[in-house]
Design a protein around this ligand. Structure first.
Ligand code: FAD
Length: 273
């Protein structure tokens, strides 16, 4: 839709050319959410696309995903064979149940900053120990784990004027075995529960719960445990903090999450009884 309160659009081509942040500003990434509803408080957009960041860079340290990388670009990434966790990338891109128009413009950074419970890039980056590189308006930078960044439905730790520059997935996490489960109430609906398990070469097991809860919950264990121990631990930690909206009732989200946790434990070598 037209945003008829916008009076200026800035298109910086370098960090030095970013305008000083002021009330009424918003960073524009893919625009799939910004242009999907009225934004009465906004008067200026600062387009991040013109900064020209390389979408994906694979190095010995892992994978650097520019915040402006689109879902389609990420889905097309050809990972080195040793990155056993790579199938998770496509699985999470497909959990974004959107049309090709959304896929081709929505960005990874925009999805994380939106901080919706059903944000599949939050699920992916949290499960693979992703860290955000954040640019502060004073020229500084900070890093933060994605799993800690999202604090609730549409809430996160970004401060006014800060830009998410990139998401860093460490190589060690990309070399884990993974198991993925996701469900939506409708074929093309938002995720109601999305659970990812990972197992490292030392036997360590981690489970990341998203979509069923307003923010990511992550559980780490030095070794596999019994299914009853795992589900009891998840249930007591989440302690009723199940998300409730039109895409699923809390009781259903809880049941699916605990069921998926058992399945994932079995898939990664545990006893699912
Ligand atoms: C049909 C449809 C289906 C959708 N399905 C889903 C879904 O399944 N799951 C889901 O999570 N969302 C969904 N969305 C919401 C939204 O499209 C996505 O979250 C998308 O990934 C947002 O990315 P974007 O690049 O388009 O962000 P934009 O719309 O450009 O921006 C979103 C917000 O993030 C801020 N922002 C963006 N990038 C940065 C950055 N690098 N640094 C700082 N701030 C930034 C913007 O200022 C704005 O406030 C859907 C939307 C539509 C219209």
């Amino acid at each position: 839709m037209d945003l008829n309160t916008i009076t200026a659009v800035e298109r910086p081509t370098s960090r030095a050319a970013l305008p000083a942040w002021r009330d009424g500003d918003a960073f524009l990434a893919g625009g799939t959410w910004l242009f999907s509803e009225p934004q009465d408080k906004l008067t200026r957009l600062i387009d991040l696309a013109t900064l020209g960041w390389t979408p994906l860079r694979a190095t010995d340290a892992g994978l650097e995903i520019a915040a402006t990388c689109t879902i389609a670009q990420l889905d097309g990434f050809a990972a080195p064979p040793s990155w056993t966790a790579a199938p998770l990338i496509g699985q999470c891109c497909r959990a974004f149940l959107a049309s090709f128009k959304i896929w081709n413009v929505a960005t990874v950074g925009g999805n994380i900053v939106m901080s919706l419970p059903a944000g599949p890039m939050i699920s992916l980056a949290s499960a693979l120990d992703g860290e955000l590189e954040i640019w502060a308006p004073d020229g500084g930078e900070r890093r933060m784990r994605v799993a800690d960044f999202v604090t609730g439905d549409h809430r996160n730790a970004l401060k006014a004027g800060e830009i998410v520059r990139a998401i860093h997935l460490p190589q060690a996490a990309l070399m884990r075995r993974t198991a993925f489960r996701q469900i939506s109430l409708q074929t093309h609906g938002r995720s109601g529960a999305l659970v990812i398990g990972t197992r490292d070469q030392g036997g360590g097991f981690a489970l990341t719960v998203t979509a069923g809860t307003p923010k990511p919950y992550q559980f780490r264990f030095a070794a596999l445990l019994s299914a009853d121990e795992l589900t009891a631990h998840i249930d007591s930690t989440i302690n009723g903090d199940w998300f409730d909206d039109i895409h699923g009732l809390p009781a259903w989200r809880r049941a699916m999450t605990l069921h998926f946790a058992r399945e994932i434990l079995a898939e990664l070598g545990g006893d699912a009884r």
